[in-house]
Design a protein around this ligand. Sequence first.
Ligand SMILES: Nc1nc2c(c(=O)[nH]1)N[C@H]1C(S)=C(S)[C@@H](COP(=O)(O)O)O[C@H]1N2
Ligand SMILES: [Mo]
Length: 333
Amino acid sequence: MLIKRSPDILPSEITDEKVYLSRRQFMRSTAALVAAGAVPSLISSQVQAKENSSRVAWASKIGSKLAEAKNSPFSTTDDPTPFDDILQYNNYYEFGTNKSDPYENSEDFEIQPWSIKVEGACNKPGTYHLEDLIKDSQLEERIYRLRCVEAWSMVVPWVGIPMATLLKKFEPTMNAKYVAFETVYRPDQMPGQKSLFSSIDWPYREGLRIDEAMHPLTLAVVGLYGKILPNQNGAPIRLMVPWKYGFKSIKSIVAIRFVEKEPYTTWNNIAPNEYGFYANVNPTVDHPRWSQKSERRLPGGLFGPKRIDTQMFNGYAEQVASLYSGMDLKVNY
Ligand SMILES: Nc1nc2c(c(=O)[nH]1)N[C@H]1C(S)=C(S)[C@@H](COP(=O)(O)O)O[C@H]1N2
Ligand SMILES: [Mo]
């Protein structure tokens, strides 16, 4: 996601395979790979999400619902990535740009009380307490592949409700062609939002076409591995759109807006030629600076990173390809 090269991004993430292999001459030993974080599962022991009183309060509100989450037929049979890796290898620039920063810096982030402001083309705008929005809904566990635009991927057992179930509560009108989402702006708890070097115009914003937002695969996530979402993964509520690059799946949502025109979205605004509004996972359309044909699946193996082919729509083509029929996906990347 970075515009300029930064040492925290592994060559494997941002360069094509050929350049990557030649750079690897310099860091061939397993020790060097471990130090560089290429094999996170080796360096992480059993860590837990860091707790604070607001998290304990939230867990006491929805813990029993999480425990009753039902399995979903939409889950992949790919091996889930270990909890440790999901907790410590994150993109959440509000807490810093290194992969371990969100784990390190989000301990004091407060997730209670939490409300969401709903605006725009709907019959039920207003400010809603999060618990009121999910208390009547059955939670589901959905094991999804997550493919970052940086060419790494994980498999995550999310817990949530269909985004459609959430959005329908607000009764969107015919003018709701898109849905815009916004992350909380709280610089006192989010050091990245105070950084003078940030290229992001806070708050982080994302958006979907209404049919994408209402698609049965699109999830409003409140949990992970059966627990409330860790702060670094977007507590207390985030979006998950499994067929799109990870940056679409915005974290810690405080605003939902139904709009008529394609909304402002953070990465598209920073570098429109690199990060499209659609951002569908597509191995046939390379990022201008690296290939999207394959990805590094976390965790790595004992002897190095695990590279696998990237699938069209991240493997969800059967369910979502029809959303884009007639569209040129090289133009609408
Ligand atoms: N608010 C916010 N949401 C965000 C991001 C971010 O920096 N800020 N990063 C995105 C990117 S690039 C990815 S790959 C995923 C990572 O989710 P994870 O850390 O839970 O694996 O979150 C996305 N959502
Ligand atoms: Mo990402």
